[in-house]
Ligand binder design. Structure first.
Ligand SMILES: O=P(O)(O)OC[C@H]1O[C@H](O)[C@H](O)[C@@H](O)[C@@H]1O
Length: 518
C-alpha cells in the first residue's frame, strides 16, 4: 500500500485556490471582522483544554473550503489511515511510521508495553534512591548523551515540565564540542551520576565520541565493573551497545518504525521520564494519544492539526512566505522551537516528490521563534514593520503553574496585544509619520491552552507532529526520511582523515582552510 502521489498543483482545488487568491490577495483583516461579526467564533476550534483562534488570518470561508478540498484531493484521509494502520509510508527507507503506537494505551504492542514497564521500574528505582552507584550512594544526576532526535525531544520535555520535576539534576550533552563535554563532566560526581547513551543507530559520530570520552573520564576513578551501575543505553542496535560495554539488562530498545525526531515517546524519553516521574511521563503520552484521536477522527475543517497545516500552506504557497514563527508565552517552552525545527525542517525540507520528480512549488517552511515576551524586545520590530510576511503561532496558557496571577495577566496581555497590533496596525489613526506607521494585516494563530500540564504538552507536541504530516502529504514528499543529512556526514569523515593525516580534500577552499587550521 503506497501513499497517494499527487502533484498538488495539478489538483482542481489548487487551480481554484489560485483564482481565489487573486480575489483575496489584498483582503484587509481590519475590514473583515466588521463585515462578518461572527468571524472570531467561526474561525476557531474548541477542543478539550485547547482553543485555537485562527480568525486573524487572510482567509475567508471560501479559502478554508478550497484548502479542505485540496487536502481531500491530495488523499489526506487515506494517508492518515495508512499511517495509523502501520503501512510502510516511509517508502524510501521501507519502514512504517508508528510513533502514534507508542502512546496508544488501548491497543498497545507488547514490546511497547514491556519497554514502558521497564522505564517505569527503572525510573522508580532511580528516583527513590534504590538504585545505587558503585560506592553505594543514590543517583543524583542524570546525563543524557545523544544528538538530534535523541537529544532535542527529551531535553525539551524535561525543560517544559520543569514545574513537575523531582530532585534529580538532568543534563544533556549533544554537541561533539569537547569544551562543552568538559564543562559538563567537571560538574559531575562519578559516584552519583548515571549516563544514558541514546542513539537509535548507535553509529552517530558525535554521540559515540562523547560516550567514549565520558566512559574514559569515568574510568579514571572507577573500575570497569562500575559501568553496570552508571551507564545505560537506548538504541535499536543492541549489538553495538553491547560492544560498547553496556550489559543487556541496561539496554532499552527502540524500533525502526520510530523516527528519531518522533522518538521522545519511546525509551529515548527515559531521561525526561526520570526527571518528572513515570506518571507524568505517561500523562504526556496519553495527552498525545488524545490529539491522535482528534486528528484521526475529526473532519478536516474542525481538525486542529489539519487547519493549522492548511493555513500554513496558504501562506507558503500562495503568499510566498518563506518562514513561520512560533512564539510560546511561557519560559518553560524555551526549547520548543529548536525541537520543532528538527521536526518540521528535517521532515519537510525536501524537493523530490513521491513520484521521484523535482517539485515546482515551495515545500517545508523555515520555522523559527522564541518565547514571548523576550522575543518582543528582540525581533518583533521586523514582524511589525519589516517587508516579509511571517505567519505566527502564538501559544498562551490561561493559568500559570505557580498561580502567579499578576505575571500571567501581563504575559497574556502582551500575547493578545501583539496579535492584535500585528493585525490592526495603526492605519485607522492615519499616522502622518511614515516611520511610525504600522500597516497591520499580519496573520497569526492563537492557541490558548488551559495550563501547561504533562497531558497538554503531549497534545501540543502531537498537534505539531500531525501538522507536519499533513503538509508533507499535500506537498507530495516523503516526510519521514532524512537523506539530506548524509552528504555532510560523509564528507566530514574524509575531512577528519585529511586533518589527522595532514592530507587534503578535492575542494580548494577547504584545503586553504585546512592549511590555516594547522
Ligand atoms: O539517534 P541517532 O541514530 O544517534 O541519530 C541522531 C540524529 O542523527 C541524524 O543526524 C538524523 O538526521 C536525526 O534524525 C537523528 O535524530
Amino acid at each position: 500500500m503506497s501513499l497517494p502521489a499527487i502533484n498538488p498543483t495539478t489538483t482542481q482545488a489548487w487551480k481554484k485556490l489560485q483564482a481565489h487568491f487573486k480575489e483575496v490577495e489584498n483582503l484587509k483583516m481590519q475590514n473583515v471582522f466588521s463585515e462578518e461579526p461572527e468571524r472570531a467564533n467561526k474561525f476557531s476550534i474548541d477542543w478539550q483544554d485547547f482553543y485555537l483562534d485562527y480568525s486573524k488570518n487572510r482567509i475567508t470561508s471560501e479559502t478554508i473550503k478550497l484548502l479542505v478540498e485540496l487536502a481531500k484531493e491530495a488523499g489526506l484521509k487515506e494517508a492518515i489511515q495508512q499511517q495509523f494502520s502501520g503501512a510502510r509510508i516511509n517508502e524510501t527507507e521501507d519502514r512504517a511510521v508508528l510513533h502514534t503506537a507508542l502512546r496508544d494505551f488501548n491497543d498497545m504492542k507488547p514490546e511497547v508495553k514491556e519497554t514502558l514497564q521497564k522505564m517505569k521500574a527503572f525510573s522508580e528505582e532511580i528516583i527513590s534512591g534504590n538504585w545505587k552507584g558503585y560506592t553505594g550512594k543514590p543517583i543524583k544526576t542524570i546525563v543524557n548523551i545523544g544528538i538530534g532526535g535523541s537529544d532535542l525531544g527529551p531535553d525539551m520535555v524535561t525543560e517544559s515540565l520543569k514545574f513537575y520535576k523531582n530532585h534529580l539534576d538532568v543534563k544533556y550533552i549533544s554537541n561533539v564540542d569537547g569544551d562543552h563535554v568538559m564543562e559538563v563532566l567537571m560538574t559531575l560526581d562519578r559516584e552519583t551520576t548515571l549516563f544514558i547513551i541514546v542513539s537509535k543507530t548507535f553509529t552517530t559520530q558525535e554521540t559515540l565520541t562523547n560516550a567514549n570520552t565520558t566512559r574514559s573520564w569515568f574510568l579514571e576513578k572507577a573500575e570497569e565493573k562500575a559501568i553496570g551501575s552508571h551507564f545505560v543505553a537506548v538504541s535499536t542496535n543492541i549489538e553495538a551497545v553491547k560492544n560498547f560495554g553496556i550489559a543487556s539488562e541496561n539496554i532499552f530498545p527502540m524500533w525502526d518504525w520510530v523516527g528519531g525526531r518522533f522518538s521522545l515517546w519511546s525509551a529515548v524519553g527515559l531521561s525526561s521520564c526520570c526527571a518528572v516521574g513515570y506518571s507524568n511521563y505517561e500523562a504526556m503520552l496519553k495527552g498525545a494519544h488524545e490529539m491522535d484521536q482528534h486528528f484521526e477522527k475529526t473532519e478536516f475543517s474542525e481538525n486542529i492539526p489539519v487547519v493549522l497545516a492548511l493555513v500554513s500552506i496558504w501562506y507558503s504557497n500562495f503568499f510566498a512566505s518563506e518562514t513561520e514563527a512560533v512564539i510560546p508565552y511561557s519560559q518553560y517552552l524555551t526549547k520548543l522551537v529548536s525541537y520543532l525545527q528538527q521536526a518540521f525542517m528535517e521532515s519537510n525540507g525536501k524537493s523530490t516528490d513521491r513520484n521521484g520528480e523535482k517539485v515546482s512549488y515551495n515545500t517545508g517552511s523555515i520555522v523559527w521563534g522564541s518565547t514571548g515576551t523576550n522575543s518582543q524586545h528582540a525581533f518583533f520590530q521586523l514582524l511589525h514593520q519589516g517587508t516579509r510576511l511571517v505567519p505566527i503561532d502564538f501559544i498562551l496558557f490561561s493559568e500559570s503553574c505557580y498561580g502567579q496571577k499578576e505575571h500571567q495577566e501581563k504575559l497574556a496581555a502582551n500575547c493578545l496585544a501583539q496579535s492584535e497590533a500585528l493585525m490592526e496596525g495603526n492605519t485607522a489613526t492615519s499616522e502622518e509619520n511614515n516611520y511610525k506607521k504600522f500597516e497591520g494585516n499580519k496573520p497569526s494563530n492563537t492557541l490558548l491552552i488551559k495550563k501547561l500540564t504533562p497531558r497538554n504538552l503531549g497534545s501540543l507536541l502531537a498537534m505539531y507532529e500531525h501538522k507536519l504530516f499533513v503538509k508533507g502529504i499535500i506537498f507530495n514528499i516523503y516526510s519521514f526520511d532524512q537523506w539530506g543529512v548524509e552528504l555532510g556526514k560523509n564528507i566530514a569523515k574524509n575531512t577528519l582523515h585529511a586533518i589527522q593525516s595532514d592530507g587534503s580534500t578535492k575542494n580548494p577552499s577547504t584545503n586553504n582552510l585546512l592549511k590555516r587550521l594547522k
